[in-house]
Design a protein around this ligand. Structure first.
Ligand code: SF4
Ligand code: SF4
Ligand code: FES
Length: 399
């Protein structure tokens, strides 16, 4: 097939930029990365881009196609070429360009390192020859976050990072959640404190571009929501963003509506609210805000109150509630037969994994034992993990 590409070239020494067009012949199964390889091999050897695995694993080949971040080795070119479209390829956003499609990942790695992306276990070693086991349901909580390959596509499209380059950003925060939600980690509260600091979780504008662009389904915005919910549950709510979120919940629970008029005093305090009086009066005169008293109560307010009570009865406040919500949404997208219980839905072949609910019984057939620490009981497993080489020939890989 014939493929057209327009590539933004950049020379960091001279600062010159140039849009260069290429027309190449490529096999029908070619990806964008294959096409760039052909350009480099046969047309212009000076073109610079990163790659390694060519199979969506290493995270090296992040770049923009028509203004949106992609993994070049994931994008098939057949339909694009067939449609006669010539895509514009450029370097990722929010990171300094070194040359052509290569960006300087140093700021990315600095933020990555700042969230301590490694386990900090807070429990004693198990008795000799034993090990701690973690229930699958507990690890399901961080399944998506653990899929991150550090490609930077989410960072490239993050609105909040455009206005504050020091914002930790979707990748570092998703990595933060990966350890906050890990039952083996002993630094949960210290991590949450840090992630609630300046340039932390509450700077996210909830634009959802990171979810949209992540090539691995990590959904970093959802991870940030989990961190926010867990912070509030743990009483780490000093940030205005946390206060804002708490007021949303109170408002929905008490009236079924979002009472915007009370948002500023509840979030920013009375003094700030008084300073905004003139602005608020202006809005009121234009009919933009309803009078705060008496508060308007929705007809079916009991539904939102029941929802609130359910979350607390089931012990799914904090990130567990958001994981539950994610699964519920996934379930909806799979269709829901009238009267089908949640258990039946999770038991369907191909259904999403059942999320962890605090204080629940271990489901039959599930691994017994838990991770560790303040979030879980520490029960040593009966048998140590088999090491590679323990297997007899023909038994397959070590467990
Ligand atoms: S949702 Fe938040 S973290 Fe994700 S891209 Fe938007 S501002 Fe950035
Ligand atoms: S969260 Fe997704 S887009 Fe962001 S670095 Fe990880 S894999 Fe890439
Ligand atoms: S080359 Fe490794 S992810 Fe694309």
């Amino acid at each position: 097939m014939q493929v057209g590409l327009k590539v933004w070239r950049f020379n960091s020494r001279s600062g010159e930029r140039e849009l260069q067009e290429f027309e190449i012949s490529a096999p029908e199964e070619a990806t964008l990365l294959d096409c760039l390889d052909i350009v480099k091999d046969k047309h212009d050897g000076t073109l610079a881009y990163r790659k390694s695995c060519r199979m969506m694993i290493c995270g090296s080949c992040g770049m923009r196609m028509d203004g949106a971040a992609v993994l070049a080795c994931k994008v098939r070119m057949y339909e694009i070429a067939e449609a006669g479209h010539v895509p514009v390829i450029s370097a990722m956003g929010n990171l300094p360009i070194v040359k052509d499609l290569v960006v300087d990942m140093q700021p990315f790695w600095e933020k990555f390192k700042s969230v301590n992306p490694y386990l900090q276990p807070g429990y004693d070693e198990p008795p000799d020859g034993k090990e701690y086991r973690v229930k699958q349901e507990r690890m399901n909580v961080i399944h998506k976050e653990a899929l991150c390959i550090n490609c930077g596509c989410c960072v490239s499209e993050c609105n909040a990072m455009e206005s504050d380059p020091d914002f930790l950003g979707p990748q570092a925060l998703a990595k933060g959640m990966r350890f906050v939600g890990d039952p083996r980690d002993g630094a949960k509260l210290a991590r949450l404190e840090k992630l609630n600091g300046e340039h932390g979780i509450w700077e996210c504008t909830r634009c959802y571009f990171c979810n949209e662009r992540c090539p691995k389904g990590v959904d970093p915005r959802d991870a940030i929501a989990k961190l926010g919910a867990e912070s509030v549950m743990e009483g780490i709510d000093r940030d205005m963003g946390a206060k804002h979120a708490k007021w949303f919940v109170t408002s929905a629970k008490t009236t079924g509506w979002l009472r915007e008029t009370e948002l500023v005093p509840k979030t920013q305090g009375v003094v700030t609210a008084i300073k905004q009086t003139k602005f608020a009066l202006g809005l009121a005169m234009k009919g933009k805000v309803p009078p705060p008293f008496p508060p308007h109560v929705a007809k079916n307010v009991q539904e939102s109150r029941r929802l609130y009570d359910l979350v607390h009865e089931q012990g799914i406040a904090g990130y567990a509630g958001i994981v539950q919500g994610e699964h519920a949404l996934a379930k909806l997208s799979h269709g829901n037969v009238q009267g089908e219980s949640l258990e039946q839905i999770y038991d369907r072949p191909g259904s999403f994994s059942r999320p962890y609910l605090q204080d629940e019984e271990i489901p039959s057939g599930s691994e017994g034992g838990m991770g560790a620490l303040n979030q879980a009981d520490t029960t040593p497993g009966e048998e140590p993990t088999k090491m590679y080489g323990d297997n007899q020939p023909g038994e397959g890989a070590a467990k």
